[in-house]
Design a protein around this ligand. Structure first.
Ligand code: ZN
Ligand code: ZN
Length: 694
């Protein structure tokens, strides 16, 4: 293990092989032959050459193959250079060869002349040092003074309780009782990773208002206090301490305020590397491998050196936890204590304490993938939507319009209204997909831990929030399914979470099929929808029932159990049809009668829902289905969907009866008040009305 503290490369490797290389920093791409593999293997072993050791161990090339060192600027960027060790003439696109390449980042050491030509230093590994904190204070100062999109934190209300870290005696403050209104506070985003040693409960609340047992705090919270003080802020908000953990009422109130708690905070500390609360996050970081020093030249004969560093490719634990996603998205400013160095993000941009934005080869999974930058997601979460945050001028203009409350007027004038809502809905789908990749300590937090973003994104134009979906463009949004690779999980076992047509009704990763929703042809019609939250305060989190009434083309189908896997599958006669069941259920049945309801089609696929009959005129979603729009097999089924001519006599009769039954129910409602609704609540939470065409 090697440590580069504060950017100085004291312990870099060099040897006779590495010494023969001179990197020319003026060239965009360059390469040199290090020698023949057989010969190099011997020398690399003897000299313990860090540049070659890894490559030598992974290559299958013969001894006579020449080994090449190639360097290139990534996308022509001045501050992003990479180095590759591979066989001579290797081809990036060759699948087989690409496994035999050793990759490095190239940095200029601190105070080295080559910084002029390669303005990027190795990561500042001394993450808890005064030097690092000074850097963080500078970033915050620039953000406060120079970024027009970053709202000032002045005048933002405080959460119900905060930890006062200003004095020797750390204690909890009830902000209303103390009459504190507008003060700067810091929020912490971290992984609990199991039970916490110190939490505030009904029994300890009074005591904690006097004094908190700071000595017993887990290291992550201790480190957060250190950072808060270093940033010269008096108040810190940590969920485990500031929410009364065994008071359900208090929990519900605070969860409903989560959007504001993070949105209004001065800065959010992200303890990205800590997988449990006892890990802490201010330890000096270590590189997995010794960096390699090579000689460098630039601007005709100016001399310096560069460092080749292997970035760790692992994801950070914080991006795997459900709750932290909204904490990150809602934070106006994010101070990240990452696996290599400190990083700062706000709407004004990204800053890093050396190093590069993402570990090479590692995508930051669990964050919404957007066209363009994270900024557009941040912007959406903050202002409710923006068509293209990549264009600086648009960003500036829209920020102004949102802040002055003129956005909806301006959108009407420019006719961008529809486009904008479409974009917001698609961003919401991205957020849900990324969110469901993450894990939750309590599965029943499925709606809780995303409710802050839902609330923030919820604008009048998006209609109602229906337990994970918005009523605007609801039908295309129903085209979610269990993600590929996600094994079916049992339905949530206790209590009611969401209607069967919401992704929140199942656990595990989900994906939205074909998100180009502006280009699909929706064939079904939405007749009615309704959702009953537990209370007004819980309208983003807890529900008692929900229904949609959809009219569309349907067909009946009998699923059969595959004897080999014991899973329900499409019968042989319909092999074109691809079907994804939502959850692990129907374990002990030999077959299952279902209905397929067509919702939409795009140029290639017809897409719809798999429904189970509740035998009372209502249906329950149990899966998603699609079939190619054009093809030879299953013509009957496809035509039935597309041409609306399919229903055979029997099915038509059955459906007609059902429609009559429904009409009767509606009539009854007129006379019997709530009866209709009660029927729905008792049966199940989804309802489909099927239409038979003559
Ligand atoms: Zn070497
Ligand atoms: Zn900023």
């Amino acid at each position: 293990m090697a440590a580069i503290t504060g950017g100085a490369a004291e312990i870099a490797h060099s040897c006779s092989i590495c010494d023969q290389v001179v990197v020319n920093l003026d060239d965009r791409i360059q390469s040199c032959i290090l020698g023949q593999l057989g010969e190099l293997k011997k020398r690399a072993g003897a000299e313990q050459c860090e540049l070659l050791q890894q490559y030598v161990s992974l290559t299958k090339a013969g001894p006579e193959v020449n080994v090449e060192l190639r360097l290139g600027r990534y996308r022509n960027r001045k501050d992003d250079m990479r180095a590759f060790v591979a066989r001579e003439g290797w081809d990036e696109d060759d699948e087989e060869q690409s496994h035999e390449v050793q990759v490095f980042r190239v940095y200029a050491p601190a105070n080295d002349p080559s910084l002029k030509a390669l303005p990027i230093q190795p990561p500042g590994l001394d993450i808890g040092s005064e030097r690092a904190f000074e850097k963080a204070r500078q970033w915050l100062k620039t953000c406060r003074n120079k970024h027009s999109g970053c709202r000032s934190s002045k005048g933002n209300p405080l959460p119900t309780r905060v930890i006062d870290v200003s004095g020797e005696k750390i204690h909890l403050i009830d902000t209303r009782a103390e009459g504190l209104k507008h003060e700067k506070y810091v929020t912490l985003s971290y992984c609990w990773g199991g039970p916490q040693p110190v939490t505030t409960t009904k029994a300890t609340l009074d005591q904690h208002l006097q004094v908190l047992p700071a000595g017993e705090f887990p290291q992550t919270i201790k480190d957060a206090i250190t950072v808060t003080r270093a940033l010269k802020v008096n108040y810190l908000w940590v969920d485990a301490i500031c929410i009364v953990q065994d008071d359900l009422e208090d929990k519900a109130v605070e969860i409903s305020r989560m959007t504001d708690i993070y949105n209004f905070s001065y800065v959010t500390i992200s303890a990205s590397t800590a997988s449990t609360c006892s890990d802490g996050f201010l330890q000096t970081r270590k590189l997995e491998k010794t960096p390699i020093r090579l000689r460098a030249e630039f601007s005709r004969n100016k001399k310096g050196s560069v460092l080749l560093v292997t970035d760790p490719a692992s994801d950070e634990p914080i991006h795997k936890r459900g709750w932290t996603m909204q904490e990150h998205l809602l934070a106006p400013r994010l101070l990240i204590f990452g696996s290599l160095c400190m990083e700062f993000r706000c709407l004004g941009g990204n800053e890093r304490d050396g190093g590069t934005t993402l570990p090479f080869n590692a995508q930051q999974s669990g964050m919404p993938a957007m066209e363009g930058r994270v900024a557009s997601v941040l912007y959406t979460a903050k202002y409710g939507g923006v068509p293209d945050a990549r264009r600086k001028s648009a960003l500036k203009r829209n920020t102004f319009l949102y802040r002055t409350g003129l956005m909806s007027l301006a959108l009407k004038i420019t006719g961008e209204q529809n486009e904008l809502e479409g974009v917001v809905i698609e961003q919401w789908a991205s957020i849900v997909e990324a969110y469901t990749q993450r894990t939750l300590g309590f599965l029943d937090d499925r709606l809780n831990a995303i409710s802050g973003i839902a609330k923030k994104m919820h604008r009048a134009e998006l209609g109602e929030y229906l337990g994970g979906l918005f009523s605007y463009k609801l039908l295309p949004q129903l085209m979610w399914s269990r993600a590929e690779g996600q094994t079916p999980l049992p339905r949530p076992s206790h209590g009611y979470r969401a209607p069967s047509w919401s992704w929140a009704s199942i656990d595990g990763q989900v994906t939205f099929r074909n998100r180009m929703w502006n280009s699909v042809k929706v064939t079904a019609s939405l007749m009615e929808f309704n959702i009953q939250p537990m209370s007004e305060m819980k309208k983003y989190t807890e529900y008692v029932s929900g229904m949609v009434r959809i009219s569309g083309d349907t067909t009946a189908l009998k699923l059969v159990t595959d004897p080999a896997t014991c899973e329900l599958v499409v019968p042989q006669s319909h092999t074109d049809l691809s079907l994804t069941l939502d959850a692990q259920e129907f374990q002990d049945v030999s077959s299952l009668d279902v209905y397929l309801l067509q919702i939409l089609h795009d140029s290639l696929e017809v897409r719809g829902l798999v429904l189970q009959d509740n035998s009372d005129g209502t249906f329950r979603r149990i899966g998603y289905c699609e079939l190619p729009r054009y093809g030879d097999a299953t013509a009957k089924l496809r035509e039935g969907w597309l041409e609306k001519e399919f229903f055979d006599h029997l099915v038509s009769q059955l459906l007609l009866q059902r429609c009559i039954k429904l009409r009767l129910l509606i009539l009854t409602t007129l006379f019997l008040g709530c009866y209709y609704l009660l029927v729905l609540l008792d049966s199940d939470k989804s309802l489909t009305s099927l239409r038979a065409e003559n």
